[in-house]
Design a protein around this ligand. Structure first.
Ligand code: NAP
Length: 495
């Protein structure tokens, strides 16, 4: 009889890194499973992830809140259809308290290094804390660090020479006043179209530097009356019905996004109608009309962006940016746009997230280095070479058509299934098979070939070679189906 090696005791059964929606969902799932021996490391001083970090004026979610919330924790009293960032943050805090997570949270704890120990099957973590560096070992490491996390600083010559305040939307500096100032906003993505209408009235002059026009749909954003909120509270099935209606309406759109981009024509007509209805000047309309298929980049929703651009103190600049110099942005046609404050609404460094971390798996393999070349995982959740490691909101789990929380909940359940199977087999570790990961990614890339994201536009969905690294090219129903049953044959169990 072969003797099992003595197990090295872990300090924690599980460590979750990050306390955004994904980390909190994972923590709740662990508790529900009866696992209480875990901590959630959070480098910030509060929870909430992107909803804590993004405090720019106008920050809100562009997915209706009845769907952008956990399925197991419906909220009856959303104030409006699309909740603002502070209301969403309150909701996350509420979940944290209700599910007893507070004792598990460690604020100001930044994971520096995670190293897999083959002998024990444990992860050894080096964590920077407010009182110094600590080390701990855990069996299961769940990375819930998010994808839209590291603000992307554009590669524009002379940006460091601007001289005045340069503020990124994802790290808003509230001490910088815009009142009466000449402000430039670089970018016209989801963050820009929210911030521009909010700050425009206060500025002396606002110049929006557009490189690529976005497709914009109207935003129906009614407030929920107290009576409606009471109805949702009294009859929770009404909130369910609301959620289901939004879910299935969104879900139907995946056909156009992932399978038949031509079906996107319907959405394009709506966006064109919206542009015509809100912008009378044909020249401005022309400059605001995208030349790529709708959905290739994220479709934006706003009913106040186009009106804001037509204010007397707002100017849309469509000449490219050549460089930045002291107090000005200079466009490629040689014009100098004098500015006091520069706002970077230039998105996130999606690929870079893991490069700031040292996650070292089997045989010294470094996840950040490998993902810098090609971020790949199995179902976005497990990575060959990294036993007992799980990544939430990992590669190719992003969505362009509906709520990320659907994916997050399914992923958290998948992690539990993997842990259960590992423990049932009394294995040290569980790791996805290389063949399963490869076959899955081949299938995923074949499927992506027919998706709208590859119809010829630049976006954070694609890497430098134009490969889809961010989005899930099927429905969320398909994701839930694939993750609902744990397939032991796709994994290795280390004895
Ligand atoms: P983004 O969609 O990546 O947009 C960045 C913008 O900056 C684009 O217009 C881009 O132009 C421009 N840009 C980047 N580098 C530039 C350069 N060197 N010169 C000129 N322009 C440059 O970023 P985001 O708006 O922050 O949104 C990112 C994602 O965050 C969204 O897709 C969404 O998933 C999420 N988000 C969601 C919400 C929400 O309501 N739920 C709100 C905000 C953000 P090009 O288009 O030409 O590249």
């Amino acid at each position: 009889m072969t003797e099992r090696p003595t197990r090295v005791r872990a300090d924690y059964e599980a460590v979750v890194v990050g306390s955004g929606f994904a980390g909190i969902a994972m923590a709740i799932a662990l508790k529900r499973q009866g696992i209480h021996d875990f901590v959630v490391l959070e480098k910030g001083d509060d929870l909430g992830g992107t909803w804590r970090d993004n405090t720019y004026p106008g920050c809100a979610c562009d997915v209706p809140s009845h769907l952008y919330s956990y399925s197991f924790e419906l909220k009856a009293d959303w104030s409006r259809a699309y909740a603002s960032a502070p209301e969403i943050l309150d909701y996350v805090r509420h979940c944290c308290t209700k599910y007893g997570l507070d004792p598990h949270l460690r604020f100001g704890y930044r994971l520096d290094v995670a190293r897999y120990e083959e002998e024990s099957g444990l992860w050894r973590l080096t964590v920077r804390t407010p009182t110094g560096i600590v080390q701990a070992r855990c069996r299961t490491l769940v990375m819930a660090v998010g994808a839209l996390h590291e603000p992307a600083r554009p590669d524009i010559a002379g940006l460091d020479d601007f001289g005045g305040p340069v503020v990124h939307t994802a790290a808003w500096d509230h001490s910088v006043t815009l009142q009466g100032k000449r402000v430039g906003v670089i970018g016209t993505g989801a963050s820009a179209i929210q911030v521009v209408p909010q700050v425009a009235p206060a500025t002396g002059r606002l110049t929006v530097f557009q490189r690529t026009p976005p497709w914009v749909l109207p935003k129906e954003d009614p407030e929920y009356s107290p009576a409606a909120q009471r109805r949702f509270a009294r009859w929770p099935w009404l909130a369910w019905l609301k959620r289901a209606a939004i879910y299935w309406t969104n879900e139907a759109r995946v056909v156009g996004f992932a399978r038949h981009p031509r079906a996107m024509k319907v959405a394009e007509r709506m966006a064109r109608r919206h542009l015509h209805a809100q912008v009378a000047d044909p020249d401005l309309r022309e400059r605001l009309t995208p030349d790529y298929t709708i959905g290739c980049k994220r479709i934006l929703v706003s009913s106040d962006y186009y009106p804001a651009l037509q204010r007397d103190n707002v100017h849309l600049e469509t000449a490219g940016i050549d460089h930045v110099e002291n107090g000005a942005v200079v466009t490629t046609d040689g014009r100098r746009h004098e500015l006091d404050v520069l706002v970077l609404a230039t998105g996130f460094d999606v690929i870079g997230t893991y490069q700031h971390l040292e996650v070292v798996g089997r045989d010294g393999r470094n996840l950040g280095h490998e993902w810098a070349k090609a971020p790949e995982a199995y179902l976005g959740t497990t990575v060959e070479g990294f036993p007992n490691l799980f990544t939430l909101v990992g590669p190719n789990t992003g969505l362009g058509h509906t709520s990320m929380l659907i994916m997050i909940e399914a992923q958290a359940e998948l992690v539990l299934r993997a842990m259960r199977e590992r423990d049932r087999r009394q294995a040290r570790a569980v790791e996805v098979e290389a063949a399963a990961q490869e076959a899955f990614n081949d299938e995923l890339q074949r499927r992506s070939a027919s998706a709208v994201w590859l119809t010829g536009c630049r976006s954070w969905y694609l890497d430098d070679s134009g490969v889809n690294r961010a989005l899930w090219p099927w429905s969320t129903v398909a994701y839930r189906r694939r993750t609902a049953r744990f397939q032991p044959g796709h994994y290795r169990f280390h004895a």
